[in-house]
Write a protein that binds this ligand. Structure first.
Ligand code: GAF
Length: 402
């Protein structure tokens, strides 16, 4: 049969029942519940979160599920349907980052790290089985989804109540301190706080967020995520270097964070280093693009978001310098094929591109991007239809009716 390369679907997540059965086989007992946390696509507001700025992500229907049962021996044992090794670790250990785990256990740093951070709040051990339909390293925040699903499971299993904004900060701390990756607060907040049919406007300084209605389909538009197949990792040096450059620029400008730059020409004039000037140019204008995007969404002008996405991509490519060739090629091909806008998403140097296109042109866009990769002899891109979905939740047992 003809294999249509345009539609390499991400495998559907097994039903909760299948995960519960797999848990019973793995651990010899029934799980007490199943929790799920989604990945995210950031509509706009890239590399603004650790500058105390604004972001506008939405959750997608792909995510990570965790079946779990409480343990009272202080051990967290994690297994994954996507990984060969099972990992057991005490919840009262130090930091995973300082223990030098081998590469095949690296994925477990996220759930074990969360268990270690949440232990201070009264959670304990657990047996956990993880399943994912979220591509890893594709810039859709799979590590945050893993942390957030684990965090919800541990809180429920140990009867600990923590509100979601705070839980998001704790999950971020687990990633920073335990997994040793210097991410900002966006991804964990998106996974825990997003609502279906909405994007999440998050002020990363105050931690306050609000949901902004976002229904591209109703406006005749499709949102396409192109996984460029160039894997991305936050633990590589470039992400941390960008953070350090932003902090250095803020210190030179005498402001707590680049969020506080109100006069862009004056700030650019005050900096001698052209690299720092480019970083500031991006962060300051990107915050304004988030505000403009929210204004357009609230006005019902969804298609006009395309111009914001394009401006964001150019700024990330030329000023912040975090794009990569397969992202630029995808953006280019998508725009030529009639997309309204396209940009790289996430930390950069690999991962995915978001395309906003008239629904009737989505197939043409997919073909054009695939052909552009083909011409260059690159691995075929993967496509995901992004639908603004709900945040993390317990899937089983269903919450009792009042
Ligand atoms: C990654 C990080 F995890 C986020 O905190 C954010 O900084 C993003 O890159 C860039 O906007 O996803």
């Amino acid at each position: 049969a003809h294999h249509d390369r345009r539609r390499v679907d991400v495998p559907a997540l097994p039903l909760t029942g299948a995960l519960e059965t797999a848990f019973a086989e793995a651990f010899g007992r029934a799980p007490e519940g199943v929790w799920r946390a989604p990945g995210r696509v950031n509509l706009i507001g890239e590399h603004t979160d650790y500058n105390d700025g604004l972001v506008l992500p939405f959750a997608i229907s792909q995510g990570i599920s965790v079946a779990g049962a409480r343990r009272d021996d202080g051990v967290v044992e994690v297994r994954s349907r996507q990984a060969a090794t099972a990992v057991s670790a005490p919840v009262d250990g130090g930091t995973v980052a300082s223990e030098g785990w081998p590469a095949d256990r690296a994925w477990a740093a996220y759930p074990v790290g969360v268990a270690r951070v949440l232990r201070e709040r009264g959670t304990g051990g657990a047996s956990l089985l993880i399943d994912s339909d979220l591509p890893q390293g594709a810039g859709m925040a799979s590590s945050a989804a893993l942390e957030c699903a684990t965090a919800l499971a541990l809180c429920d299993l140990h009867g600990v109540r923590i509100d979601r904004p705070e839980l998001a900060r704790l999950a971020q701390r687990a990633e920073n301190e335990q997994a040793g990756s210097p991410c900002g607060p966006m991804d964990q907040a998106a996974s825990l706080l997003c609502g279906a049919g909405h994007a999440l406007l998050l002020d990363c300084r105050s931690g306050l967020s609000s949901r902004v209605p976002f229904d591209p389909a109703a406006a005749g538009l499709a949102l396409l995520v192109v996984d460029t197949r160039a894997a991305h990792a936050l633990t590589g040096g470039e992400y941390g270097r960008r953070r350090a450059e932003c902090e250095e620029a803020a210190a030179l400008l005498g402001v707590p964070a680049l969020r506080d730059v109100t006069d862009l020409p004056a700030a650019l004039g005050a900096l001698r280093d052209p690299v720092l000037r480019r970083r500031v140019q991006h962060v300051v204008t990107e915050n304004h693009r988030v505000e403009a995007a929210v204004g357009l969404l609230r006005a019902g002008a969804v298609a006009e978001l395309g111009a914001m996405l394009n401006a964001s991509h150019l700024s990330l490519r030329d000023q912040f310098e975090v794009s990569w060739p397969a992202a630029d090629a995808a953006v280019d091909a998508a725009l030529r094929a009639g997309a309204r806008g396209a940009r790289m998403i996430g930390g950069g140097f690999g991962g995915s591109v978001l395309v906003l296109a008239p629904a009737g042109r989505a197939d043409r866009v997919r073909d054009a991007v695939a052909a552009a990769y083909d011409r260059r002899g690159w691995a075929s891109p993967r496509f995901i239809d992004a639908v603004p979905a709900g945040g993390a939740e317990r899937l089983s047992p269903p919450p009792a009716l009042p």
